[in-house]
Design a protein around this ligand. Structure first.
Ligand code: ADP
Ligand code: MG
Length: 561
């Protein structure tokens, strides 16, 4: 079989047709509802105790910290109340030895120390004023006037959240291992160390990155429509959306403000359909899963996110190289290539290493539309470790990479579409009087991803034009915030998601036009700040005084000791 025919055959294995999309949406909605009703389901549907999203008028100065896998970020965010913000940030790598410290105190005291350094560097004023007031505060009003920073804590490890600033660590991931932290409240641990340093900081909110994305997008998105969903397509994939409180029927331990009738739910959709009832499953997916550290788990994520797409491609290419009759990365083609050298794969090549291939090669393959595929061929040398690949080799890689990327985006579309349908947001449509067609074009253009290349946006808007009936009014927009390198950098990721949305019953071309998708920049910082603000609003004045009084007594005690 020719290389071209074989690569087309492999690419076809990744085809994910409209009918499959529709079946998956039905199952996704089922699993979402199951997760809202009971514990220990495939999709965890974790209540976040956040009961409202911002509208862009929020104001104030907040602190946010983000403990991800490798770095600890501290930032302060000034929300200007007009959908804009300013952000000051510092970032420090977490010392390897602290990831496996003997006690949690070692890690958390390091984190508190970073907050102190940040405050002294960037908010000296505030810091000094606080120390003075602290010494003179003797009345309840005095306590209230202490200028405490409210801090939002983005903590990207699995936690059992029991309140807006309460959550116990379930387990460490990403190379962390500090036994005595498991089962403890991470906010309490951080607050304790902050108090020992007498910093004017209250840990007000515990934040998942998806919720941060949702909040940040809702604050910055144009118009007064609140954002429905925050979704991550980076190393992993997950989403958080605004659900009706009445639909969350499983027990919830924490206290929250019920007045909005809504609560943000963290879906943990990475584990959608772990049983593979509806998800596509090529031989390459099966190999990836079997050789992973968690077979049978995170099956949706394993077909969508940045951590896995490069590996799927690698496995598919290795399977092709194994077939003697298929001339991939072999001399047959390279004899005629313009390097005039022999194609060779070193034994130590990344192509043969599990997790050796980064997903960014998929974006490079997708973007290179030149005749000679020179950029992609260089990338194949660099990141697969194949020397002197031919044009035909690069065409094969491009064909398969494209199929994997497109399938990922269409699967991502399933999650988005299912949530749009679950929340019933398409139900209400305001009919607008017809507008002149030039205005229609600009309306539609504004619907599409802000960060996409302008040319693509224009092309998309123009392509969408024939489908339009009446233009979409601001009130009818369903706003979605996204973040992560994959959605940001994979060319056409949004287009393929939209294609899937148009195929869905109950959405179609008309519904798809109403869905606005935008990147949430600095989502983790801004989002955490916004949740800290929400938390502060939820607090009753008495709580505030009592909390500060208690804290001051504790700090004083600590000083005396
Ligand atoms: P995180 O998920 O840690 O917040 P990112 O959103 O930057 O970080 O996602 C990192 C993931 O995205 C990695 O798995 C990486 O392989 C993948 N990635 C990075 N750049 C690209 C790209 N240009 N195209 C596709 N995937 C990419
Ligand atoms: Mg991220």
């Amino acid at each position: 079989m020719s290389l071209l025919a074989e690569s087309k055959r492999v690419a076809a294995e990744f085809e994910y047709v409209d009918d499959d999309v529709r079946k998956a949406v039905v199952e996704f909605i089922d699993e979402m509802n199951e997760g809202l009703e009971k514990n220990a389901t495939l999709m965890s549907q974790i209540p976040t105790y956040v009961t409202a999203v911002p509208n862009g008028t929020e104001k104030g100065l907040y602190l946010a910290v983000d403990l991800g896998g490798t770095n600890f970020r501290v930032c302060s965010i000034q929300l200007h109340g007009d959908t804009t913000f300013s952000l000051t940030q510092s970032k420090v790598a977490i010392p390897k030895e602290l990831m496996e410290a003997k006690t949690a105190t070692e890690l958390f005291s390091f984190l508190a120390k970073q907050i102190e350094i940040f405050l002294k560097t960037h908010h000296e004023d505030h810091f000094e004023k606080h120390i003075k007031r602290r010494m003179t505060a003797s009345t309840p009003e005095g306590y209230r006037n202490l200028e405490y920073f409210k801090l939002g804590f983005t903590f990207s490890f699995p936690v059992h959240q029991v309140g807006i600033n309460r959550g116990t660590l379930i387990r460490w991931t990403k190379g962390f291992n500090i036994a005595d932290a498991v089962g403890q409240d991470v906010c309490v641990m951080l607050q304790r160390e902050i108090d020992l340093l007498k910093l004017p900081v209250t840990v007000a909110a515990l934040v998942n990155d998806t919720v941060g994305t949702l909040m940040a997008r809702s604050y910055t998105s144009p118009g007064k429509t609140g954002t429905l969903l925050g979704a991550i397509f980076g190393t992993g994939t997950n989403g958080a959306y605004v659900e009706k409180l009445s639909k969350i029927t499983k027990p919830m331990d924490g206290h929250f403000d019920e007045s909005t009738g809504d609560m943000v739910v963290n879906t943990e959709w990475g584990s959608f359909d772990n049983n593979l009832k509806v998800l596509p499953n090529t031989p390459y997916d099966a190999i990836l899963d079997k050789d992973s550290v968690n077979p049978g788990i995170q099956m949706f994520e394993k077909r969508i996110s940045g951590m896995f797409l490069g590996e799927i491609l690698r496995i598919a290419l290795v399977e092709m190289v194994k077939k003697p009759e298929i001339p991939l990365f072999s001399d047959v083609n390279s004899s005629s290539n313009d390097y005039h050298s022999t194609t060779t794969i070193a034994e130590s090549a990344a192509l043969y290493k599990q997790w050796g291939v980064d997903s960014s090669i998929l974006s490079i393959a997708e973007a290179d539309n030149s005749v000679g595929l020179r950029v992609l061929r260089q990338e194949i040398e660099k990141s697969l470790g194949v020397s002197a690949p031919s044009i035909e080799d690069a065409q094969a890689v491009k064909e398969i990479a494209h199929a994997i990327g497109k399938r990922a985006a269409r699967l991502a579309g399933v999650a988005i579409g299912a949530i749009v349908l679950q929340t019933g947001r398409l139900g209400s449509l305001t009919v607008q009087p017809p507008k002149p067609s030039s205005e229609i074009v600009s309306d539609i253009k504004s619907l599409h991803l802000q960060d996409a290349a302008a040319a693509t946006v224009n092309k998309l808007a123009d392509a969408a034009l024939p489908l339009t009936g009446a233009p979409v009014s601001e009130d009818d927009v369903i706003d979605i915030g996204v973040d992560g390198s994959l959605v940001e950098f994979y060319p056409g990721f949004e287009d393929y998601m939209r294609e899937a949305l148009r195929a869905m019953e109950g959405i179609g071309a008309a519904g798809e036009r109403r869905i606005r998708i935008g990147i949430a920049k600095d989502g983790s910082g801004v989002g955490a700040a916004l949740i800290a603000l929400v938390a502060a609003r939820m607090e009753k004045p008495e709580d505030h005084v009592n909390e500060l009084r208690k804290k001051l007594v504790e700090v004083e005690d600590a000083i005396e000791e």
